[in-house]
Design a protein around this ligand. Structure first.
Ligand code: NAD
Length: 236
């Protein structure tokens, strides 16, 4: 049990592991491949330049798979915790699926982007647009108002994660950091636990195996998110 008192502020970081029980594969589960692909081939600016058809095929498949998945008890437990804590709760997810929103989470940021959005490939300044389309070929992919092709609203490896200022502010004022289902291998997210400890927070990890940065946590709870999270928090 993790106790949460009236003075606590909770920052939650989630990774691919929280969606594993919803049937969405993690990287780790398939030896560093994401759904059978090397990340270099589908998740980098170079891949988008060299083979946009493959990148769009990959993210179209992820859209199709994500739409079929449903939130699991771990997503629901975090939405319930937010309902109890209000603005003393903040959720940062590395996931690009929308299972947290569909479970009811509201105070959240997607630091690595969102599957159900697209944006201008040339970064002309137009905001990302909602886009659930499963494209069958590159010719079908829409255009931005400026004329450039749309790209998935995904932070590729080598690109800067979104909303880092807000994330850093929230970590600095958190008294408890809860990290769920992330291998601790993708930066800067793997550093959040260090920033939280520097700010004096308790830090808890939940997942079936210790992450690479396990030494930085005050507590590691080994288990599946959907089994552990619904019973984990004790509010006073
Ligand atoms: P990762 O694949 O590197 O690690 C997954 C972690 O989840 C592992 O440590 C594993 O032990 C843990 N895990 C497996 N089953 C679990 C369960 N039932 N409960 C709790 N934990 C469980 O994932 P990562 O660290 O999030 O990094 C991968 C990157 O890939 C992220 O940046 C993310 O954007 C992207 N990604 C997203 C999705 C998604 O949106 N659902 C899926 C795959 C990858």
């Amino acid at each position: 049990m993790i106790s949460i008192g009236p003075a606590d502020r909770v920052f939650v970081l989630t990774g691919a592991g929280i969606s594993a029980e919803s049937g969405l594969p993690t990287f780790r589960a398939s030896d560093g491949l994401w759904a059978g692909h090397r990340v270099e081939d589908v998740c980098t600016p170079e891949a988008l330049e060299l083979n946009p058809a493959l990148v769009w095929q990959f993210y179209s498949e992820r859209r199709e798979q994500g739409a079929k998945a449903a939130p699991n008890p771990a997503h629901v437990a975090l939405a319930k915790l937010e309902a109890e804590l209000g603005d003393r709760f903040f959720l940062c997810t590395q996931n690009v699926d929308d299972l947290h929103e569909r479970a009811g989470s509201k105070r959240l940021v997607h630091m690595h982007g969102e599957l159900a959005k697209s944006r201008c490939e040339d970064d002309c300044g137009e905001l990302p647009v909602e886009d659930h389309t499963v494209y069958k070929s590159l010719d079908e992919v829409g255009r931005c108002k400026c004329g450039a092709r749309l790209r998935p609203h995904i932070v590729f490896f080598g690109e800067i994660p979104l909303e880092m200022d807000r994330i850093q502010r929230e970590i600095a004022r958190a008294t408890l950091m809860v990290v769920v289902g992330t291998s601790g291998s993708v930066y800067p997210a793997a550093n959040f636990v260090h920033w939280a400890r520097q700010a004096g927070a308790r830090t808890v990890y939940i997942g079936p195996e210790p992450p690479l940065n396990a030494h930085a946590f005050t507590n590691v709870v080994e288990g599946k998110a959907g089994e552990v999270l619904p019973e984990l928090f004790e509010l006073s």
